[in-house]
Design a protein around this ligand. Structure first.
Ligand SMILES: Nc1ncnc2c1ncn2[C@@H]1O[C@H](COP(=O)(O)OP(=O)(O)OP(=O)(O)O)[C@@H](O)[C@H]1O
Length: 616
């Protein structure tokens, strides 16, 4: 739960941005009575403990009020955790006040495409953690603060404002994107090298020097000429300007010709390679982009492509071309029209990094919240992976979270899912409330639903040999109706199964034995539901502990105390425990099939339903 101060500051901030209108807050689900993190307010990201707000994404919310950064940044609890503030594409007025410096944790600030005006405060340069700053398409005026002091800044966009003065002496080699075009800057561009192109500076009549075609020495020598020399020097300097601009234009034409020749040669070469091996080039370029975005540490936000100017257009073009072929969007209204670039550009937050890959929460521009699973080094061919994904898509079940889209290259696979706001079964059992709010009938019916769903999937995918492969309570998510949904079905590299499950299931095991790996995983979930204990706790393994307690005939000791206190039937809990113990048998062959498990659990559930009915 976040503290009241944070909640109040968020509500006031939105109130000011929306000019007192209630609609934006209503649409986003922000209310005085709910908790921003626990109730998952729209446009907000939180830390994993849900105690602090890490990101505020209010882009495209038709906000037309005034920006008061003090309302957020002068509240300690907000300032201490806020890493992203995105107000892009609204009609927000006002200015960025000096209080922005209190939001010290900001790594990403985007106020682009609004009506903001006034001078930028010098204190903006105190945001030393900033990596991406976008103030473009506003009415900001005055000088730029000394932003070159922010050593980690990799993206700076300030185009289409009224900014004046000189451009700070940046180290341009640090930038992925840089744009100050269409302002009123003047003076010499300093330090520019191959990393920035003329287009980043165009539309500033007073600017000169590389990479712009107009040389500064002519301008400065003319301005330092004495009054007596005026007519003569004006003549010579205008001649010089003509000569130098001639040279400049000539050099520019040569450069353009040279670049286009290199690029077209490269393109031909790549086209040829692509004919030989169609996936290879695409893969290299996508993986680079993916690496820059999806390989960084937690709450790291990054967009854009490679650094060199030639390859910016080149790889951006190839990315645009390959979008339709590389990101396969399966039929879904949630991501209709989703393209790969959108996915790359959207802000991402890391949710987890497991042995098999990483997971990111991504908020797409039009408001959809997605999850991207990145699996590395799975040696399945792209074609086999596609067939697998298409087969899984056919085997649709309402309690299986199906992938919305996928991407496959030799090095990595990406899967896109819808974000589930109600968390996982793991959190429900082991979360803050210690499973107290999760009563016996709900646990039993949850077990029955998972068993039925898994039995359906196993039967449907028997011939294809596609198992879940990594069944555990964190992979059971709760949908809008709080029903369990199995996620990440079929994503485990098959030769990893023997590492994660006892009973020595290996790649060489028969297909039916491989399916028994899921039965074991399901058995462990049943044990978690019955005991309320973690799978590994203080070095003790839950299965071994249950085995030892049951062997000693202390069966009653096994069960979650809260189940006893609510008066759950011990007989039915013992029956379910017996099913669980069959499932976690060390020998895969001795484990029942999922269909048998589902039948056993449904019988217990029917007993439970009958008893509840007669109690009433
Ligand atoms: N679609 C989703 N919506 C919301 N939360 C999700 C979604 N998919 C996974 N999660 C949650 O994100 C967290 C991290 O997931 P991740 O898959 O990386 O870890 P894991 O399931 O613990 O490990 P593994 O890599 O073995 O699957 C988990 O708590 C999981 O429940």
């Amino acid at each position: 739960k976040v503290d009241d101060e944070t909640r109040d500051s968020l509500l006031s901030f939105l109130d000011e941005l929306s000019n007192g209108a209630t609609q934006p807050g209503f649409t986003l689900g922000w209310t005085t009575l709910s908790d921003p993190c626990e109730k998952q307010w729209g446009g907000i990201t939180c830390d994993s403990q849900k105690t602090s707000v890490t990101g505020l994404f209010l882009n495209k919310q038709t906000l037309s009020g005034t920006l008061h950064v003090a309302t957020l940044c002068n509240v300690k609890s907000v300032a201490a955790s806020l890493t992203s503030l995105d107000l892009n594409d609204n009609s927000i007025g006002g200015e960025i006040s000096a209080d922005i410096q209190n939001c010290q944790q900001l790594t990403r600030l985007n106020v682009s495409r609004n009506r903001l005006s006034g001078n930028l405060p010098d204190s903006l340069a105190m945001l030393i953690n900033l990596r991406r700053l976008d103030i473009s398409y506003n009415d900001f005026s005055g000088k730029l603060p000394e932003l070159s002091l922010i050593s980690g800044l990799t993206d700076f966009l300030a185009q289409n404002n009224q900014l004046t003065g000189e451009i700070p002496k940046f180290n341009f080699s640090h930038f992925d994107t840089f744009n100050v075009s269409n302002n009123n800057f003047h003076g010499q561009i300093q330090n520019a090298n191959g990393n920035v192109s003329a287009s980043s500076f165009l539309g500033n009549p007073g600017l000169c020097g590389y990479p712009l075609p107009n040389n500064c020495s002519t301008t400065s020598s003319s301005s330092t000429a004495t009054a007596g020399d005026n007519s003569h020097s004006r003549g010579t300097s205008s001649n010089k300007i003509l000569i130098y601009s001639g040279y400049g234009i000539l050099a520019l034409i040569c450069l353009v010709l040279l670049i286009s020749r290199i690029c077209s040669k490269r393109k031909k070469k790549n086209d040829k390679k692509a004919d030989d091996a169609p996936e290879k080039n695409k893969v290299a370029s996508v993986d680079e982009s993916m690496d820059s975005k999806y390989s960084a540490s937690s709450t790291d936000f990054k967009g854009g492509f490679s650094k060199s100017q030639c390859s910016v257009t080149f790889s951006a073009e190839s990315n645009a071309n390959m979008t339709s072929s590389s990101l396969v969007v399966l039929s879904s209204p949630v991501v209709n029209g989703l393209n790969f670039e959108e996915l790359l550009k959207a802000p991402a937050e890391m949710l987890g990094r497991g042995k098999h890959g990483s997971l990111y929460k991504v908020i797409i521009d039009y408001g959809a919240t997605l999850v991207v699973k990145r699996i590395k080094d799975w040696t399945i061919s792209t074609n086999d992976f596609k067939l697998r994904m298409q087969r899984l898509d056919q085997a649709k079940h309402p309690n299986v979270l199906s992938a919305l889209a996928f991407y496959s290259s030799r090095q990595e696979k990406l899967l896109v899912y819808e974000y589930q706001y109600n968390g996982s079964l793991f959190k429900l059992i082991h979360g803050n409330q210690g499973g107290k709010a999760f009563g016996w009938t709900s646990r039993l019916s949850c077990a029955a639903t998972i068993a039925d769903t898994l039995a359906f999937m196993h039967e449907d995918l028997q011939k294809d040999g596609i198992v879940h492969g990594n069944l555990k309570s964190s992979n059971i998510l709760l949908n809008k109706n709080m029903e369990p949904c199995i996620s990440e079905y079929g994503l485990m590299k098959i030769n990893d199964l023997d590492n994660i499950l006892p009973g020595k299931v290996s790649a060489s095991s028969s297909a039916s034995t491989t399916f028994k790996a899921d039965i074991y995983g399901f058995g462990v979930i049943l044990l978690e539901l019955l005991t309320g204990k973690l799978v590994q706790h203080n070095g003790v393994d839950l299965t071994s502990w249950v085995h030892s307690v049951v062997r000693e005939e202390w069966t009653a000791e096994v069960f979650d105390k809260s189940l006893y206190s609510e008066g759950a039937s011990e007989e039915r809990m013992v029956n379910l425990l017996q099913v669980a113990i069959k499932c976690v048998n060390r020998s895969p062959e001795a484990r029942p099939s999922m269909k048998q498990v589902a039948t056993m659990i449904n019988t217990i559930k029917e007993d439970e339903d009958k008893s509840t009915f007669f109690d009433v």
